[in-house]
Unconditional design. Structure first.
Length: 202
């Protein structure tokens, strides 16, 4: 496992995204550590994606079995290799348990922009964990990767996600009508964005 400072030395978003996919590393806050998802995370992934309260507003269908959940683990791991999406594991430092994930995808190198998505095991809600994980990630994205903008698209009704994002400094920018098709229907998307300069304002 490489140290973060040894990997991301460039003032170059494109190169840093390339390096993100090419290295194993971790970053930590007071209670959490964020690193890569591994096959041994299957039980924890099943706890998260097998819970219909967690998947309710997302494009993930609720996993009914561990075999079904394994497809998610395999997909996240394949995404590292294909450089399609970077899924961080969010683990408790003390227990090492995977309690959530945070994905970085739809990267636009020219615009230094990307989209994120996240979910947390319901047993760990309301402890400030996602606020802590997002804050760690957002600082990493702007100060280390040198990104310019992050977007998050939230399905109407998903109030907790809206609050968490706004707590971090994301701004509600608008509602895109019937933006996404999943679970056999078109869903509006509430678009939240945060810019590097929004972070500097704090
Ligand atoms: C959204 C989610 C990640 C929030 O995680 P969390 O760790 O519980 O959030 P935090 O504890 O950091 O909460 C931050 C603030 O959001 C608000 N909030 C969080 N969950 C809430 C809820 N269920 N109801 C009302 N407000 C809520 C609170 O104001 C909270 O601050 P407070 O506890 O100090 O009052 C979690 O609810 C989840 O996994 N939801 C399902 C997955 C999902 O919809 N993902 C989004 C895809 S874009």
């Amino acid at each position: 496992m490489s140290h973060i400072m040894e990997i991301f030395m460039e003032n170059n978003f494109k190169q840093n995204i390339e390096d993100l996919f090419n290295h194993k590393f971790n970053m930590s806050s007071s209670r959490l550590i964020m690193d890569q998802i591994v096959p041994e995370d299957l039980d924890s992934i099943f706890e998260i994606f097998g819970d219909e309260k967690v998947t309710e507003f997302t494009d993930f269908t609720t996993r009914e079995s561990k075999e079904h959940a394994k497809k998610i683990v395999d997909y996240f791991i394949k995404c590292y290799h294909d450089k399609e999406q970077y899924r961080f594991a969010i683990r408790e430092i003390d227990s090492k348990k995977l309690v959530g994930t945070l994905g970085l995808f739809s990267v636009s190198e020219i615009n230094r922009m990307a989209e994120i998505g996240f979910e947390l095991n319901q047993s760990y809600w309301r402890k400030g964990y996602m606020t802590e994980a997002l804050s760690l990630f957002v600082n990493f994205y702007f100060y280390t990767l040198k990104g310019h903008r992050i977007e998050a698209v939230v399905t109407p009704g998903n109030d907790s996600s809206c609050v968490v994002l706004q707590k971090i400094g994301f701004v509600k920018e608008g509602v895109f009508r019937e933006r996404d098709f999943f679970k056999n229907a078109f869903w509006d998307g509430i678009v939240f964005g945060i810019l590097e300069k929004d972070l500097l304002k704090e």
